[in-house]
Design a protein around this ligand. Structure first.
Ligand SMILES: *Cc1c(COP(=O)(O)O)cnc(C)c1O
Length: 428
């Protein structure tokens, strides 16, 4: 495959956009080479600017769970656009999607929409701090909760890919209120509570971590966090920006049968438009302005195009009983196929998977937290990535990312991918 036009477009982009990209994870710095520029996409496929067709395993980093240019979303957005694209006034559409989200997700009475996952997480901790009157939060190394200051402490995703999990520009004052724990290590969390009595407002966690590859919660870990929050008067915040509406209708809360106090959403909830949201029981949500004292706002929050897209996406997921089963089966099929090929080639690897989130790590040891995720062999990953790209299969250009499986993938696509993995692994 040729990437002539993409390379040229990237060179032009670099002149006027830092690193040529509007989000670092899009750059190919971790794997070498230049990013692929997308021209259009439909279903499971991307068409790039050079006319190559790629099977897409990123899917806009999660939102396109039913495939690109999903017809009902495209139609809804097109129709809404003709009626005006933003008002800064309430619309019936906002109540409609809010009611549907509240019906789909366990343990929430009210939801507020924002414009990104970053905003959702940032607002969730402000609310938790306002509600509890406490300042400190606990986050886990390797978890990513967007790029707001409090979370760029041992963050995952692009922050770790580019070697800046602790970003310059975050003040020490902010950093000192973020306590860091090891994923899947309850004792560690317990110690933090003991060392900071009555100071911790909330634990924020990706209930299935997806920003250091996919790292599932160990048995009892989430329940343990729930108990620790309850016994210490802290709130449990599930960052379900990635897992929400992906692992089940009700997200990880439903899958693991644990109720969080505040839940953050993004990605799927916007159907591919810029949307985030955070939700909780009424007594917590009513701490928000204009009812309560915690301020949070947004000129474009609840934007009609974004809400129209999100509503169609949630409706589709809510109406289709079998969608999560299909996603599970397709991803399991992919996992089995990839394992067979890597085994046959004698490659050392670990695969983690929960539902339609899956990641391949080039290390034999189990990947259970950030330290074990970081042990993966980057050189092997680099070859794997470029090998698959040459085969027409597009995975994230970083060893610290999950693959997002879309229901638009057919079993032929999966077989094609597995065969590609077979050819690529022969050279690893
Ligand atoms: C993507 C992501 C975010 C940030 O969402 P943006 O829309 O990129 O701001 C936050 N938390 C998790 C778990 C994510 O995967």
């Amino acid at each position: 495959m040729l990437y002539e036009r993409s390379s040229r477009l990237f060179a032009e982009a670099e002149k006027v956009i830092p690193g040529g990209v509007n989000s670092p994870v899009r750059a190919f710095r971790a794997v070498g080479g230049t990013p692929v520029f997308v021209k259009e996409a439909k279903g499971a496929y991307l068409i790039d600017e050079d006319g190559n067709r790629l099977i897409d395993y990123i899917n806009s980093w999660g939102p396109m769970i039913l495939g690109h240019a999903y017809e009902p979303v495209v139609n809804a957005v097109t129709e809404r656009a003709r009626k005006g694209t933003s008002f800064g006034m309430p619309t019936a559409l906002e109540t409609e999607i809010a009611a549907l989200a509240v019906a789909m997700v366990p343990g929430i009475d009210k939801i507020r929409f924002v414009n990104s996952g970053t905003e959702a997480c940032m607002s969730a901790i402000r609310l938790a701090r306002g509600y509890t009157g406490r300042e400190k939060i606990i986050k886990f190394a390797g978890c990513y909760h967007g790029h707001s200051d409090s979370f760029l402490i041992q963050a995952g995703s692009g922050a770790v890919t580019f070697g800046s999990p602790n970003s310059p520009g975050v003040t020490q004052g902010t950093a000192k209120d973020t306590l860091l724990a090891k994923y899947n290590d309850l004792d560690n969390v317990k110690q933090l509570f003991e060392a900071n009595p009555n100071e911790i407002a909330a634990i924020i966690i990706e209930p299935v971590a997806g920003n250091m590859g996919c790292v599932p919660p160990a048995g009892g870990f989430l329940q343990g966090l729930r108990d620790l929050c309850d016994s210490n008067g802290a709130l449990l915040i599930f960052d379900e920006v990635m897992t929400g509406f992906r692992l089940a209708r009700g997200g990880a809360q439903e899958l693991y049968n644990i109720t969080a106090d505040i839940v953050a959403f993004g990605k799927v909830i916007g159907g591919g438009l810029p949307v985030g949201a955070f939700a909780a029981r009424a007594k917590i949500m009513d701490y928000l302005a204009p009812v309560g004292p915690v301020y949070q706002a947004g000129t474009l929050s609840g934007n009609p195009l974004a809400m129209a897209a999100g509503l169609e996406m949630l409706k589709a997921l809510n109406a289709d009983d079998a969608v999560y089963t299909r996603l599970e089966e397709k991803t399991a099929y992919l996992e089995t196929g990839i394992r067979a090929k890597l085994d046959a080639a004698g490659v050392v690897y670990t695969i983690n998977r929960v539902g339609s989130m899956i990641s391949v790590h080039f290390d034999a040891a189990p990947v259970t937290d950030f330290a074990t995720a970081a042990k993966g062999d980057n050189e092997t990953f680099r070859k794997f990535f470029h090998g698959l790209l040459r085969e027409g299969v597009y995975i994230a250009p970083s060893a610290y990312e999950t693959w997002f499986i879309t229901d638009a993938l057919t079993y032929e696509d999966l077989d094609f991918t597995i065969e590609a993995v077979g050819r690529v692994s022969a050279d690893l």
